[in-house]
Design a protein around this ligand. Structure first.
Ligand code: PGA
Length: 254
């Protein structure tokens, strides 16, 4: 059985006080209203990792994640945060290869392979993001690009390591635009990713990997998106900043 996960990507939003209030609200609503074993992850800005982690405490349904980590072990890399640091703080998840990192910070497949390696070395679960920009979809080359993104960053792993990775398919044209992929478009691409993993590894490995959908997920569309066979949850940006909306998204996972 694959893990169902709803991760909130808070990006560079909220003051410390606002972040604490958001976490408290979601925690309360999840405790009162969410049944089942969906895993919720708050992917928060680096400075909030420890305070939010302390706030979450030993809640077994909610975990805290970072939004990035360095490809380097340690050293003179001003402003960077290492996987070892995240590990030492007891942070279990890290988003890697988000399209904003690819676009604004020049992250490519080669670099992301290194980040995936170092995250796994320190026992973190990478939430590895892939997804095509609009022009690529319009040229009908999305399948090729997403397969390539997955190959470049993940295909060097052995199956035991690959099984520790969570994949998030996030079409860039759907991120922060209010324009979501249809449930069919999401399902099609998730199935393509899973088949691609099965062709390199084997079906049982591919069947164990959670693949999340991201891109304008909200309370109104989550249920339909999450109903697809290969969609194991969501990576949610804007809507994760609103406690009621985010909770409804969590509840939408059946
Ligand atoms: P969005 O962002 O839900 O605001 O589209 C998703 C993401 O970037 O992970």
């Amino acid at each position: 059985m694959r893990k169902k996960i709803v991760a909130g990507n808070w990006k560079m939003n909220k003051t410390l006080e606002e972040a604490g209030a958001l976490a408290a609200e979601v925690m309360g609503m999840v405790a009162d209203e969410v049944k089942g074993n969906v895993r919720v992850v708050f992917c928060v800005p680096f400075p909030y990792l420890l305070p939010i982690k302390n706030q979450v405490g030993n809640n077994t349904r909610i975990a805290v994640g970072a939004q990035n980590c360095s490809e380097h072990e340690a050293g003179a890399y001003t402003g960077e945060v290492s996987a070892a640091m995240l590990r030492s703080m007891g942070i279990p998840y890290v988003i890697l290869g988000h399209s904003e990192r690819r676009q604004y910070f020049g992250e490519d497949g080669k670099l992301l392979a290194k980040k995936v390696d170092i995250a796994l070395k320190y026992g973190l679960t990478p939430i590895f993001c892939c997804g095509e920009p609009l022009d690529v979809r319009e040229k009908n080359e999305h399948e090729k690009l997403v397969k390539q993104q997955v190959e470049e960053a993940l295909f060097h792993l052995d199956s035991a390591s690959l099984e520790k990775v969570v994949i998030a398919y996030e079409p860039v044209w759907a991120i922060g635009t209010g324009k979501t992929a249809s449930a069919q478009q999401a399902q099609d691409m998730h199935a393509i990713i899973r088949r691609h993993l099965a062709s390199k590894y084997d079906k049982s490995v591919a069947d164990n990997i959670s693949i999340l959908y991201g891109g304008s997920v909200n309370a109104a569309n989550a249920k339909e998106l999450f109903a697809s066979a290969d969609v194991d949850g969501g990576l949610v940006g804007g809507a994760s900043l609103k406690s009621r909306e985010f909770t409804e998204i969590i509840k939408a996972i059946g």
